[in-house]
Design a protein around this ligand. Sequence first.
Ligand code: AHR
Length: 661
Amino acid sequence: MLDRITGFFRICLLAIVVFQTQIAFAQNITVQVDKPGAAIPKTLFGLFFEDINFGADGGLYPERIKNRSFEFPNPMMGWKEFERGNTKGQLYIFDHGSINNTANSHYLRIKAPAGGTAFGVTNEGFRGIGVEKGADFTFSMTARRIGPATPTLRVELQDGDRLLCQTHFGVASTEWKTYTVTLRSTETSSKARLNLMIEGDGTVDVDMLSLFPKDTFQNRSNGLRKDLVTLLKDMKPGFLRFPGGCIVEGRYLEQRYQWKTTIGDLDERRLIINRWNTEFHWRPTPDYYQSFGLGYYEYFLLSEDIGAEPLPILNCGMACQFNSSELAPLEDLDHYIQDAIDLIEFANAPANTEWGRKRAAMGHPKPFNLKMIGIGNEQWGPQYVERYEVFAKVLKQKYPNIALVSSAGPAPEGERFDFLWEKMRELKADLIDEHYYMEPKWFRNNAGRYDDYPRSGPKVFAGEYAAQSVAIASPDNRNNWECALSEAAFITGLERNADVVQMSSYAPLFGHVDAWQWTPNMIWFDNLRSYGTPNYYVQKMFSVNQGTKLLPVLLDGSAKNGQGELYSSASLDERTGEVIVKVVNTASAAKEVRVNLAGASRFGPSAKAFVLQSTDLKAENSLDNPTRIAPVERQVSISSGEFAYTLTPQSFTVLRISLKS
Ligand code: AHR
């Protein structure tokens, strides 16, 4: 009997030891609810847009016709002669006499012979033309008849041998006129082409051809691709940075992005080469140009539509330092500075001023309320500092309330970085744009990067970052879960330090699966479909669960992030009365944690958990499996201000706990 009792106690003792061991291994997350800190800027999580990877033409800008006005250096790029019934006609490109001789001087003449069936051209679109069954598209073009008879034009969409739709119209006028018809496809295709031909004989001049979906975001004419904008809007982004990126700089100054040539009527916008056309010899994209159908006006409108503060980045008189490093002489910066002034006027001046009038004429009499601009993109060296100083002097005097974003160079550390920070501090810069394209481990190791940053002086804009699974600019980089999870760990550090880090954005934003130059990207698409990567969902989870005030978080009593492979940040949402706790577990094992809402007198009884997770660090989303890694919502019951929670392996969890009941 005694033996039995002793045995029983032994088992109890063992159980206590095991239990205590488990408790000892559980980590404590203490959220100091009673010690709210700095307000979290609404701009903390935003978007970086650049026309790279067919991000604008062929992507967000849903024009289906490539080289629609024959302005590519090879005016027939994207176009081919097309005939039916062995009809031999002629095609001519003219370089003057078009509707707009400055920006858009080229046009095409189609001459079909008498007695033929049909002759004309076919356009290949942007790696094909995407059309959905039953959806309406507007086909339009400017045209004039040459010769005595009114030619009949036939326009059709075709995929392989299958005719998807067709219609006819006559070109009666000998003056340039716009002709518009609606096309509705009987099938869905992402690889269609557009044929335009004269039936019978006749001659026409054609220009500014367009095939545009009627169903754009908010049904805007010359609007943007709905699925892509919806993905952006769903993130509730705090700001939209545009148009880049290196595209701002150009390989040479002559090819820099000049906003004034991107506004007004479409035929007034002057096409230029896209710098990514020739950047990587292993990803050549000879048909990559900027038509500017998506220009500065549309960027402002997009910012407004998705509720984001616009952040235009302007050239500061420096071409890309990875390319030509061409400089505008310091004494010749006036033109560049005037561009910045005029842009601020275009965005903000009343509708009865010179630039306000141009904005109003495009459809937006109300100002866009621009609050910040960037001076240069990823510039470095004393040449940048000199130029920034000249810009800042003029702009700060004229627009003291416009915040200026300045560069910290292309890397997150090193001589260039230190030099710029020192100089920008001296110059009392507002926001410094840091870029990190680093390996996943760097992101995990740098979750505490901003803990010790000075609390006074310039604020940080983490303006471009993404974990690179192989190496920067490697075509083998993947948008896999390891990268996204590492970014999540790092972003807890951005959020914890939101008093210093005022803005952040993943880069680049978009990639066309058949036409990209750079990877990884946050959102991938083809001509019809799109998906958010795991990195997208990480961004979105932070952004839509932002909170209004920082709350200090302690991991096992320490404010240091990354202990035991856990990373955490927390905030209070004063609008909803919730505590929001974000926890990243980078360990391959599940983790028991005890969450302590220190100082909270009311809570729960239930909370919501949003969990993004995969046990496979190589896992990715794809067009066919777009939400393989996507947040899953769970209910968590809470009976006290201290509760246990199990973090799944390799997961990012957002807990939203109501403080109301
Ligand atoms: O995001 C791609 C490129 O990376 C950007 O254009 C540039 O700013 C950075 O080097």
